[in-house]
Design a protein around this ligand. Structure first.
Ligand SMILES: Cc1cc2nc3c(=O)[nH]c(=O)nc-3n(C[C@H](O)[C@H](O)[C@H](O)COP(=O)(O)OP(=O)(O)OC[C@H]3O[C@@H](n4cnc5c(N)ncnc54)[C@H](O)[C@@H]3O)c2cc1C
Length: 466
């Protein structure tokens, strides 16, 4: 027998769950938000996005990468023994402030926060067991699952929280290692490799693909790989790890290229897996597919139409930004059948040092669909701001459809790429042409001027009949 009832029950307080709960409350519904951890915010606030970005900021500011151009003398001395402890304190302060702001927002909207681990009793009722072992049964009209994901931890990898780490445990290191091996060539792997290398850690990265971040354009990734190598990172591509053995004082990694690499710490960063094991989804008549995901339709509805899935639990692109966005539009759809079609083009950011960001299509995708496009590139060093900040290798690239002159993609590597990309994303969502970018007036001196110069570059090529 349920002892409580809500119009909407949301499971998980990460960016997806928060946004869904607040949206439902704003639409006048009674909302319960269930969270099993003793804190709010999910992976995004507590163990992933914010901790890693806070650490990245400290690494960036302490390294020579922020001390170029007119900032040459600003790099601070890195004290290896205390760097992580110092940044940990600052990071904790930011997390606490964010968590308290989140709690205020949830309470302001009258959302009931229910501590405990949820699992289905039936398709409309969740059993929530709190830390004191008390279970309550809560029924709802609509259930939104936002339980996120966790690092993939294959059985054969000897994870031990001290030498063989995943993306959560590496953020708890107290002292910088001398040597780090990163296994994987995706976003998290590349972000951690470039976060530790500028701090004087000897980093090797091992990936089975031909290039890191294999789905991105080769010129952008060559630029990144070159900068990684310049900071001393050893990049092993087309290489697979065959064994990892940890001893008391080091870890040995053997590859299929017959290399033996040794380090103090290994980061295994190959994929994440969805968190639904404890939800007893079968009691709600839900089943996972062969790839381990619960199938959903384009409105994020499961086969039980009143149960929705958002955020990392829904799969790619597994970003906090998209989880928040889904929380809003999926909830509006669930409650009002209102289909606020989500923005077509989403921004993607990879917080490596240097940053990398993009929106729209890649050249690889355009070539696959045989699009007739033109490329306009501009280096940061062609702008006054680029010279002042000393980012010589920064680059912005526009991809433009020849016939319509419409922007198809924007790709940026260099300082503030994750901010700059939004100009391109807005242009893409507005189906803007290259001419509107070329005519726009940008502040001077800024890196955003790269848009104007790259657009002019495309127009020149179009006029020459390229
Ligand atoms: C190292 C790292 C760096 C990242 N950097 C970025 C970045 O720079 N930008 C970006 O956009 N994204 C980044 N991400 C991804 C981002 O953190 C996730 O996409 C985002 O947190 C997903 O949000 P979510 O709401 O789906 O789930 P989560 O944030 O994972 O939250 C899920 C919540 O559900 C709770 N929960 C799970 N099961 C239950 C249950 N049965 N009952 C009750 N509660 C439950 C969990 O305790 C958790 O609090 C990063 C991830 C990692 C690991």
């Amino acid at each position: 027998m349920p002892n409580k009832y809500f119009d909407v029950l949301v499971v998980g307080s990460g960016p997806g769950g928060q946004s869904a709960a607040i949206t439902a409350a704003k639409l006048g519904k009674s909302v319960g938000l269930i969270e099993r951890k003793p804190y709010l915010g999910g992976v995004s606030l507590q163990t992933g996005t914010i901790p890693s970005k806070a650490l990245r900021e400290a690494a960036y500011l302490a390294s020579r990468f922020s001390a170029q151009g007119m900032r040459e003398d600003s790099a601070r001395q890195i004290i290896k023994e205390s760097f992580l402890v110092q940044t940990f304190t600052l990071k904790e302060r930011i997390i606490k402030q964010q968590e308290s702001a989140l709690l205020s927002r949830l309470l302001k909207h009258g959302i009931s926060i229910i501590p405990g681990e949820a699992c289905f009793e039936n398709s409309h009722t969740l059993a929530v067991k709190n830390r004191a072992g008390v279970t309550e049964y809560i029924k709802a009209e609509i259930i939104i699952l936002a339980t996120g994901s966790r690092p993939r931890r294959p059985g054969e990898i000897p994870f031990d929280k001290s030498r063989v780490l995943d993306s959560s445990s590496i953020l708890k290191l107290k002292k910088l290692p001398e040597r780090l091996i990163v296994i994987g060539g995706g976003v998290i792997a590349c972000e951690f490799a470039t976060l530790f290398a500028p701090l004087g850690v000897k980093v090797s990265i091992i990936d089975s693909h031909q290039q890191l971040l294999a789905y991105l354009d080769q010129d952008i990734i060559s630029n990144l790989t070159e900068q990684m190598q310049q900071m001393g990172i050893r990049v092993h591509l087309q290489t697979r790890v065959t064994s990892i053995t940890a001893t008391d004082d080091q870890v040995n990694v053997i590859t299929d290229q017959e290399q033996q690499l040794t380090a103090d710490v290994v980061l295994y960063a190959l994929g994440r897996q969805p968190n639904y094991d404890n939800l007893s989804i079968d009691r709600a008549n839900l089943v996972n597919d062969d790839n381990g995901w619960i199938p959903i339709n384009e409105h994020h509805q499961t086969s039980e139409k009143h149960i929705y899935i958002i955020g990392d639990l829904a799969g790619s692109p597994a970003l906090a930004s998209t989880a928040m966005h889904q929380g809003q539009w999926v909830t509006e759809f669930a409650l009002h059948n209102r289909l606020n079609t989500p923005n077509k083009v989403l921004p993607m950011a990879i917080y490596t040092i240097p940053e990398l960001s993009y929106a729209g299509e890649t050249e690889q995708q355009l070539q696959q669909r045989q699009a007739d496009y033109i490329v306009g590139k501009v280096s940061y060093s062609e702008t006054a701001r680029g010279m002042i900040i000393g980012d010589q290798q920064g680059l912005l690239k526009l991809l433009v459809e020849k016939s319509s002159r419409r922007l198809l993609g924007v790709h940026i590597i260099g300082e503030s790429a994750s901010e700059l990309v939004h100009v391109g994303q807005m242009a893409l969502n507005a189906s803007a042409t290259v001419d509107s970018l070329a005519r726009n007036v940008f502040n001077y001196p800024t890196l955003a001027e790269c848009y104007k110069t790259a657009a002019q570059n495309v127009i020149d090529q179009l006029e020459q009949g390229n």
